[in-house]
Design a protein around this ligand. Structure first.
Ligand code: GDP
Length: 242
């Protein structure tokens, strides 16, 4: 679905009826419900379910994107309540009695008012999470389409690069607030980010980038379809599910 892929992707979503696939994927993301919150990695429940992490600079539009994807006004704002901003918040998806995936909302980084020690502490949590969380299947990195990658985004990509290179973790970069750009600037933003991502691509990697706007819903359906395909491909590697 991504508007540009830096490596070959074999998505397992049904391609015969894109509208039905989008409805199905959006119905699935809509099932997201709060599961738990943790300030330390060892407090996260071990899980067999594939986990998709949402990461990005603070103010990149991460909470708004999660709320748009799940069609829930307040879901990700749980992550913004005092005392939880430095936490990893987990959401469960799928049938209530048979959850099939988790979304992990990781704290936004780069917020100027945070103290140096908080920043360093957070960097370590982030690096460790991306390095050792066994169930991590994919990362959705939110980047403000007007700013492109910042140093902290590049650092984050470095943290996860080994697992991207061997295909253990997939990556989707969402260029947020795309409604604020005209077409030429949007194309430019997409190109800049794609150039950086090309350096991370390998035979095994699955890396995509897409323009996204929670305001006009650009990219929302496609993102849901892609995330669903990530989960499907892990659950049923051979058969495509109708
Ligand atoms: P977070 O810190 O990454 O969770 O960012 P938020 O989701 O809180 O968004 C930061 C700011 O960007 C808020 O003022 C949002 O209203 C605004 N914003 C988020 N997504 C969009 C979008 O798609 N379009 C526009 N125009 N503004 C957005």
């Amino acid at each position: 679905m991504a508007e540009q892929n830096t490596s070959d992707t074999t998505a397992s979503a049904p391609v015969s009826d894109p509208a039905a696939a989008a409805r199905r994927a959006m119905a699935w993301t809509h099932t997201a419900r709060f599961l738990t919150t943790a300030s330390r990695l060892d407090q996260l429940p071990p899980t067999e379910l594939p986990e998709i992490a949402f990461v990005g600079r603070s103010n990149a539009g991460k909470s708004t994107a999660i709320n748009a994807l799940t069609q829930q006004k307040r879901l990700a704002f749980a992550s913004k309540t005092p005392g939880r901003t430095q936490h990893i918040n987990l959401f469960e998806l799928g049938p209530r009695d048979a959850a099939d995936a988790l979304f992990a909302d990781l704290p936004g980084y780069g917020y100027a008012a945070v103290s140096r020690s908080d920043k360093q502490r957070w960097q370590k949590v982030m690096a460790d999470y991306l390095d050792v969380r066994r169930s991590l299947a994919g990362v959705v990195l939110m980047v403000d389409s007007r700013l492109g990658f910042t140093d902290l985004d590049r650092q984050l990509l470095d943290f996860v690069a080994p697992r991207l290179a061997n295909g253990a973790v997939r990556l989707l970069v969402l260029l947020t607030k795309a409604d604020k750009l005209n077409r030429r600037d949007a194309d430019h933003s997409l190109q800049q980010v794609s150039d950086t991502l090309a350096a991370l691509g390998t035979e095994a990697s699955d890396i995509g980038v897409a323009l996204f706007s929670a305001l006009n819903k650009r990219g929302v359906d496609d993102t849901a379809v892609l995330l669903r395909a990530w989960v499907d491909s892990l659950r049923a590697p051979v058969a495509a599910i109708a």
